[in-house]
Design a protein around this ligand. Structure first.
Ligand code: GRF
Length: 203
């Protein structure tokens, strides 16, 4: 299955997908990495791995629709079958989301539907929750919503800061993103909502 990975920054989830795809038995490959920022440091992981990259900066377009259209053209030019949002910091228009309905997934650093949006770890610490985690889900027009594919539950420790908690969660993000892609590419999961739990995954 051909993947298109969309990033805006660091790209550690992209790197996890690149590493997974390096195994010839993994059922997906990355056809293109697209960033909406030319200075996204994650682009270097793609370049080092010899993967084509496109920089499509939203500031170069008059409207969100034009920007989304350029993204769509980039993805279809590369024969992308599954779009993986990996720290892509632009809201996508409902029309773009519907064009990629059930063919676009996202990774989010919380146990959705809790803590949609930004600063998830800060808010979890403020609330004093004992567990948080991360979620891979199909993308729907409303931000950080859509059928859940996989979640990992991560404990919050007494002396955690947003940084230490964020690092712990990120380690699980890398695992569940790879696992979600593997399940979709090997047709073991459908968007109709079959849930995968940690027990099934042996995480
Ligand atoms: C991750 O925490 C992801 O869950 C969120 O944005 C962050 C991206 O990190 N959507 P990276 O660029 O993959 O390192």
């Amino acid at each position: 299955m051909n993947l298109g990975v969309l990033i805006s920054g660091r790209g550690s989830n992209l790197r996890a997908l690149i590493d997974a795809c390096a195994d010839e038995n993994f059922p997906a490959r990355i056809a293109v990495v697209i960033s909406n920022r030319k200075d996204a440091s994650g682009l270097s992981y793609a370049r080092e791995a010899g993967i084509d990259t496109l920089v499509i900066e939203h500031t170069d377009f008059d409207s969100r629709a034009d920007f989304d259209n350029a993204l769509h053209v980039g993805l279809t030019d590369y024969g992308v079958e599954l779009v993986c949002l990996a720290g892509f910091m632009r809201l996508l228009d409902p029309e773009f989301v519907s064009r990629w309905h059930n063919r676009m997934i996202n990774i989010h650093p919380s146990l959705l539907p809790s803590y949609r949006g930004l600063k998830t770890h800060e808010r979890a610490l403020e609330d004093g929750v004992r567990f948080t985690g991360c979620t891979v889900h199909y993308v729907r027009p409303e931000m950080d919503s859509g059928p859940i594919i996989i979640q990992a539950v991560v404990p919050v420790l007494d002396d955690d800061t947003a940084a230490t908690l964020g690092r712990r969660v990120l380690g699980y993000e890398h695992q569940i993103y790879v696992e979600a892609v593997r399940l979709i590419a090997s047709k073991q999961i459908r968007p109709s909502g079959a849930r995968v739990t940690g027990k099934d995954l042996d995480l």
